[in-house]
Design a protein around this ligand. Sequence first.
Ligand code: RB5
Length: 145
Amino acid sequence: MGTTAIGSDHGGFEMKKQLMEHLAKEGYELKDFGCYTAESCDYPDIAKAVAKAVAAGECENGILICGTGIGMAMAAGKVPGIRAALCGDVYSAKLTRSHNDANILTMGARVIGPGLAEMIADTFLSTPFSNEERHVRRLSKLEED
Ligand code: RB5
């Protein structure tokens, strides 16, 4: 199990702290890319730092939290090699791993509660890619122009 990169803006700061505590207890190794205080900051700065660490192979996967999860997904998805998925339910978290091989999970701290965020993150981190031919084919089409 590799390192999980984690980051948030001010909107996701409290949820990130709580989630890091939860995941550390479960034995996940985490690298925190900020923010480090609740002061207002720009979500693209954090999203890009996490996405670049995942794309470079420095971290196995990533979790990004902002108010809605939307800005984080948009910014992370612009980095080549990143498949970022905004999830607000456990079913989506499971399927985005097994079908889309998503490598970054994004969540909205102003949309879902901390208990659900923990379940979504647990599911995302523990579900493998199915490696089924149709999903491999579809993912390769994502890379095409
Ligand atoms: C910050 O107020 C908010 O815009 C941000 O957390 C996020 O929701 C952006 O998508």
